[in-house]
Design a protein. Structure first.
Length: 388
């Protein structure tokens, strides 16, 4: 039994499965006799913040730290280090952001009270999407997995910019100035080739607190900290691994099996008690669901297809158009990031719950359809599977 658990947690789709189970548990608790206890736990105050706030502001800062480390590694020495490598996933991610946003705006035009949710269907959940790809095994060329991972990273970058620009309010300039000074100190540590972890951790915690007080969402402190962690070791007498790789490796399982599942458990808990069938026809729900399911596939697939026909882009090697279309569908699994943006976009519980229903519907449709399309493809040959 223990060996089976070890094999499961070492598998590629494990993090996505755990996230799904945690989210289903949260949804079930919110609609059971345990609902009062569930919501009481989330609203319980600890050191001035509710447990839900600690999850969304502190735990998710760790998630964004991990995302930032991954982005820096890929841009400096990975799959996104050259302009040519960034072009395909970057343009596909951009189109996959614009089309869902336009669908949402078109469907909610004339409803200014919900327009703040325009960014909800623009996100892609990398854990879920890559988890589905992992379930398909050799039916998906490895080059396509690299493409999806790179696209999701670019998508996360866009989400970070959107959160910073559109979901920050009431800026406190004194705290912002102090945060900038701390960030400058972190940069100085990097430039002076300081590789010990403790100075970065201490200043990182201070940075998070200052950003929390500044009016910018506290999770962005995680990204800022990640960009200061050294990737290249100048001292050849060190322990070998650069600090950034040590941090990324050390956080991987914590993020995949604790941080993100706890977030899903806490934020997927939508109570259906006050939701009627007429609520499901709300433009907010349909704008998000169609933005994820239709907008993502139209944006991503359309950009790759048109780009190749014009001679500007080249689809991933070894992948046919059905492969590209299936991955474009999987990009509509917005789950974690979409839920996170919905919490930032709406204060009113009613709008939060309806937006989450839209996220559930769109992500489920995109995931099932993407899996079905890719499942129908023939397994890749040994030669093709080694490409990328």
């Amino acid at each position: 039994m223990i060996k089976r658990f070890q094999v499961f947690f070492a598998s590629e789709p494990a993090a996505g499965i755990v996230l799904m189970l945690a989210s289903v548990l949260g949804l079930a608790l919110a609609n059971s006799v345990f609902a009062p206890v569930y919501f009481q736990i989330l609203n319980h105050s600890v050191f001035g913040l509710s447990i839900l706030h600690w999850i969304n502001d502190a735990l998710m800062a760790v998630f964004f730290l991990y995302v930032g480390l991954e982005m820096k590694r890929e841009f400096i020495g990975g799959a996104l280090q050259s302009l040519q490598q960034r072009l395909l996933p970057g343009l596909a991610a951009l189109a996959g952001l614009l089309v869902p946003a336009l669908i949402f705006v078109a469907m909610n035009w004339g409803h200014p009270e919900v327009m703040a949710g325009w960014a909800i269907p623009t996100a892609t959940d990398i854990a879920f999407a890559l988890g589905v790809l992992a379930l398909l095994g050799s039916r998906v060329p490895s080059s396509l997995k690299v493409f999806l991972a790179a696209l999701a990273i670019m998508d996360d970058m866009a989400a970070i910019v959107v959160i910073a620009l559109f979901y920050s309010s009431g800026l406190q300039w004194l705290y912002l100035l102090a945060a900038a000074l701390v960030l400058l100190c972190l940069y100085a540590l990097n430039r002076r080739h300081v590789y010990r972890h403790s100075p970065y951790i201490i200043l990182g915690l201070l940075l998070w607190l200052l950003v929390l007080k500044s009016g910018i969402h506290a999770t962005l402190a995680g990204v800022a900290l990640a960009l200061t962690i050294p990737l290249r070791v100048v001292n050849p007498h060190g322990d070998g691994w650069p600090p950034l790789l040590q941090w990324e490796h050390g956080l991987q399982r914590w993020v995949g099996f604790l941080v993100v599942p706890v977030f899903g458990w806490a934020n997927a808990g939508v109570s259906f008690a006050n939701i009627s069938w007429t609520d499901l026809a709300q433009p907010l729900v349909w704008g998000i669901a169609l933005g994820l399911f239709v907008g993502k596939q139209v944006g991503v697939f359309g950009m790759v297809y048109v780009g190749e026909k014009l001679g500007l882009l080249t689809r991933p090697q070894g992948a046919n158009w059905w492969h590209v279309y299936g991955v474009a569908l999987l990009c509509g699994i917005g789950f974690t990031m979409s839920l996170f943006i919905s919490v930032l976009a709406f204060v009113q519980p009613q709008w939060q719950d309806l937006s989450k229903l839209g996220v559930f519907a769109g992500s489920l449709l995109a995931g099932v359809a993407g899996y079905a399309v890719l499942r129908l493809q023939k397994p890749a040959t040994a030669e093709a599977s080694c490409v990328g």
